[in-house]
Design a protein around this ligand. Structure first.
Ligand code: ZN
Length: 926
């Protein structure tokens, strides 16, 4: 039976692939690639699918090219999320139950066991393995582990011992993102919203109000000299609170926040915002100013009260102008204090008026604020009466003065809001004491990472900028948590190493994962790992032979060649792992390359499990077949581009595979001597082999599929057209099928395995040699002849369509030799603009006068339109057009069902014949 049945192909191949991709050190050159291991707390969707299928295509490609390929997989179960999930399921939270029961399709009896968080990760880890296998991902599953395995914990302890001894782990007080419900610091992965928010250090400027102070947060303390008023929101309820014993007036939200930042806070009474309006406050540096009403003041931003500097802050300027337009507070004038090149006396006014902004809600206001802020910081200078210093100097000096003399404090706040925890609670900034940090701020450590980064291959190259930026701004990282699963912190067993800190060098652990589990974890001292990974010492262990074999594995596989991950991990994981590698491994064991993926969309919208906008990978494989899913994901975009999953497009991908299958089945047994067109087919095939190989070497899966699928399919269409009547092909089609199956095997391995058995007889296509282009089979002359012919056929077809008559005969009139001469001169010229003048210097050309210049212009246009490689080939190997058309006369007559004449344009006498150009004969219908 030769029916197209993806389900059957999958079954067949799975049977043959059991253990096939288990990879051991060998004499072959190794190729080791890794992907960020998944956190198995839910079902895989098609976005995950691409993350693991791209590396698989690359793995399969290099395996066929004769490398020893290792593609391992493990499961990251560290941290708190799964604990939250199990609590919510135990509490019968309807949203969580819906997600797990209805979307992830967890059977009720399994769901009942989810009260134990480890059950959740165990369940989904085995689901992940099952679905990955169903997708044909060629993983060495012997090396699978989870991050709570005792042997892995010993490994992490060893890693941290080295980090600690090298001074990369410090203890201190730092502001961190914190969830008061979970009572835990919050990592990027624990956030529902606000993962781009940064913690900013504000100076609180203390304005006196009766026996209390009103603190306002600012990034620009030097502008105190230009304060004209404060803003308070009349609709907000403020509080009077004792903060470290003194009375402050702040928003309720601010009171909560300050309590997390080393202040004792005791709320005394509530104060309506409207009661503050028109009251007078004072500061020694600006004197008395009034409090004005403003709806835009957000109680959840810093203290909930704001100082107003209308001369230098566009928001303040507009807000004041709006009040004054309503006839209020008209006596207040902006007070300028900074001179900045490019702006007048009142920069905020200039900017607002130049942009034509008429109201506070204009969405350009943020950009404008940023513009003034940057201009004044980089080029601004305070007026002489305020000290005359550059803004960048004055800012820090005024802040220091305020803290020393005028009671100012520091307050930490996010730059953008809201920041929301997975549990739904608003995240706040807390100053943690006795917190352990990885000292990513260390300039020396940063320098080592930058140096290594410059030696690495990054795909696509433009991500380098983002890596450099991340290395630069990375601050100290709170690396332990109180709650969750994971490895205990060696110096403080009340703490656990958090997920982004225990997942940085596990790529090295893969190399030994299948062997280390044979050793009792109690024996796995740091000395053992020093021996395996650093070759240090020689531990006196009964298991010495096993250690030697693990050391050999590590030396063979490491460093990894490529790490694959999504682009949102550049700012944390992908950069963290570089810091840890340079801290622990010698130079020749440092990572060599990274490939960064774009994001997945579903019908144009971002995929998101929590929002339910996902299509499960397992459903996709069941509905469309694994090969279809793979080919769609690889063909719709390059790995670093975003892709959009749309079922209707996936359906048409399945038809492409079916067409390929049918073509191979029909062609593989074709016998008979080759025809002229077979030479063309094989010549073209070599270029497809070369370009597919180049594309995959550069991770361009889409480009590779264009060549390997569509390139060959288009050729076959022309080939069939050019075969003599009643001939289906020659024995060369067998060669083509053998190459074609192998070129597509990395993309659609199931179909390819099935067909390979039919074409090659035995062996797995997954391990067959990748096709190599044979230069001897390439003929530029033959390819050019067919190119000319197919272009002429297209021209004839479009003329037919245009004039809608069937001619009695068609005359193809070929350009004379002198036009070919001009064509070649122009094609060869370095400067195509001056070459016409050069041509006209020639006597015979000059005699042709206007005609020659016209032809030169037409040739220039034509050369621009032709594919560059065609022009190049024509220069290298000029062709005899008359001969080509004479040889194809029968073919043309068959194609168009009329007589075809071939004439020389010069002697034809037909007026249209004069339009003939090289590679573009005149076509005359009669
Ligand atoms: Zn929370």
């Amino acid at each position: 039976m030769n029916a197209f049945d993806l389900g059957k192909f999958e079954e067949e191949a799975q049977e043959q692939w059991t253990h096939a991709f288990e990879s051991n050190p060998s004499k072959l050159e190794k190729f080791y690639l890794t992907v960020a291991y998944p956190y198995p707390s839910g079902a895989m969707h098609v976005g995950h699918g691409r993350t693991y299928i791209v590396p698989d295509v690359i793995a399969r490609f290099w395996r066929m090219r004769g490398k020893q390929v290792l593609y391992p997989m493990a499961f990251h179960v560290t941290g708190a999320p799964v604990i939250g999930i199990s609590k919510r399921i135990a509490n019968k939270d309807p949203k969580t139950i819906h997600l797990y029961r209805d979307l992830y399709k967890v059977p009720q009896n399994v769901l009942d066991e989810f009260a134990d968080p480890l059950t959740i990760v165990r369940h989904f880890a085995s689901e992940y393995q099952r679905v990955m296998t169903a997708c044909g991902i060629s993983i060495d599953w012997r090396r699978r582990f989870t991050t709570v395995d005792p042997t892995y914990s010993r490994f992490i302890e060893w890693q941290w011992k080295h980090l600690y001894e090298a001074g990369h782990v410090i203890k201190g007080a730092h502001p961190v993102r914190y969830c008061t419900v979970d009572d835990n610091p919050v990592g990027d992965h624990d956030l529902l919203e606000g993962d781009k928010a940064e913690v900013i250090r504000f100076t609180l400027v203390m304005f006196h109000y009766g026996d209390a102070v009103i603190p306002t947060a600012t990034l620009r303390p030097e502008t105190i000299h230009g304060v004209t008023n404060l803003w308070a929101n009349p609709n907000v309820t403020y509080v009077r609170a004792l903060v470290d014993g003194s009375a402050w007036i702040i928003s309720k939200e601010a009171a909560e926040k300050l309590a997390l930042q080393d202040h004792t806070v005791e709320i005394k009474e509530e104060i309506a915002g409207r009661d503050l309006i028109d009251k007078t406050v004072s500061h020694p540096l600006c004197g008395n100013v009034p409090v004005l009403p403003a709806d835009f003041v957000d109680p959840d931003m810093a203290t909930g009260l704001v100082m107003s500097v209308p001369a230098h802050a566009p928001f303040d300027y507009i807000a004041l102008r709006d009040l004054q337009n309503a006839g209020k507070y008209t006596r207040i004038k902006p007070v300028p204090l900074i001179r900045v090149e490019g702006y007048g006396n009142i920069p905020a006014q200039d900017a607002v008026e130049k942009a034509g902004i008429t109201h506070q809600m204009d969405n350009r206001m943020d950009a404008l604020t940023q513009e003034i802020y940057s201009a004044e910081f980089s080029k601004g200078r305070l007026f002489e009466k305020y000290g005359g210093k550059p803004v960048r100097v004055a800012r820090d000096e005024v802040a220091a003065l305020m803290i020393e003399k005028y009671g100012s404090k520091i307050m930490y706040e996010f730059d953008t809001r809201p920041v929301v925890c997975r549990c739904g609670n608003r995240v706040k900034v807390k100053i943690l004491h006795d917190q352990w940090f990885l000292k990513y701020s260390d300039p020396e450590w940063k320098k080592q990472v930058s140096n290594h980064l410059s030696d690495m291959t990054l795909v696509p190259p433009e991500v380098r900028l983002e890596f450099d930026r991340t290395v630069n701004w990375l601050k100290d990282w709170a690396c332990t948590r109180r709650v969750g699963l994971g490895t205990r912190f060696p110096w403080d067993p009340t703490q656990l190493i958090e997920p982004l800190s225990d997942s940085t060098i596990y790529m090295a652990y893969y190399t030994i994962a299948h062997k280390i589990r044979e050793i009792d974890p109690k024996l796995l001292t740091p000395e053992v790992f020093d021996y395996i990974f650093l070759g240090k010492g020689s531990p006196d262990l009964p298991e010495k032979k096993k250690l030697d074999s693990m050391r050999a594995e590590f030396l063979y596989w490491y460093p990894y060649n490529y790490r694959f991950s999504a682009k949102d991990l550049i700012s944390n994981h992908l950069t963290f792992q570089l810091f840890h590698h340079v801290a622990i491994f010698p130079k020749d064991k440092l990572p060599q390359g990274m490939v960064v993926f774009g994001m997945g969309l579903l019908n144009g919208a971002k995929m998101s499990s929590s929002k339910g906008n996902v299509f499960l990978l397992e459903d996709a494989v069941r509905d469309f077949g694994a090969d279809t899913v793979r080919m769609f994901l690889m063909g719709s975009a390059e790995p670093w581009q975003d892709f959009d999953w749309r079922n209707e497009l996936v359906v048409s991908t399945k038809k492409l595979i079916e067409r390929f299958f049918n073509t191979v089945i029909e062609s593989k047994d074709t016998a008979g001597e080759p025809h002229d067109i077979d030479r063309w087919l094989l010549s073209r095939l070599q270029a497809h082999i070369e370009r597919t190989t180049d594309a995959l070497s550069n991770f361009q899966t889409r480009q590779a599929l264009q060549e390997a699928y569509f390139g060959i399919e288009t050729d076959l269409k022309w080939y069939r057209r050019r075969l003599p009547e009643n001939v289906a092909g020659s024995r060369e089609l067998h060669t083509l099928c053998s190459v074609w199956i192998r070129l597509l095997a990395p993309f659609i391995p199931f179909t390819a395995e099935h067909l390979w058995k039919k074409v090659a007889g035995d062996g797995l296509v997954s391990f067959s040699p990748w096709p190599v282009a044979d230069k001897k089979l390439v003929s530029t002359r033959i390819e050019l002849a067919e190119e000319l012919l197919s272009r002429t056929v297209e021209d004839i077809e479009s003329i037919e369509k245009l004039i809608r008559i069937t001619p009695k005969s068609i005359t193809i009139s070929i350009a004379p030799a002198w036009k070919h001469e001009i064509f070649l001169l122009i094609a060869n010229a370095n400067d195509r603009t001056t070459v016409i003048k050069e041509i006209m210097k020639d006597d015979t050309m000059r005699k042709r006068g206007r005609e020659a210049t016209d032809v030169a212009k037409q040739c220039t246009t034509l050369i621009h339109r032709l594919p560059p490689q065609v022009v190049e080939s024509l220069v290298r190997e000029p062709i005899n057009e008359a001969q080509i058309f004479e040889a194809a006369k029968k073919f043309l007559e068959k194609e168009f069902g009329v007589l075809v004449h071939i004439t020389d344009a010069e002697s034809s006498g037909h007026v249209k014949a004069t339009t003939a150009l090289p590679f573009k004969p005149a076509i005359i219908f009669e």
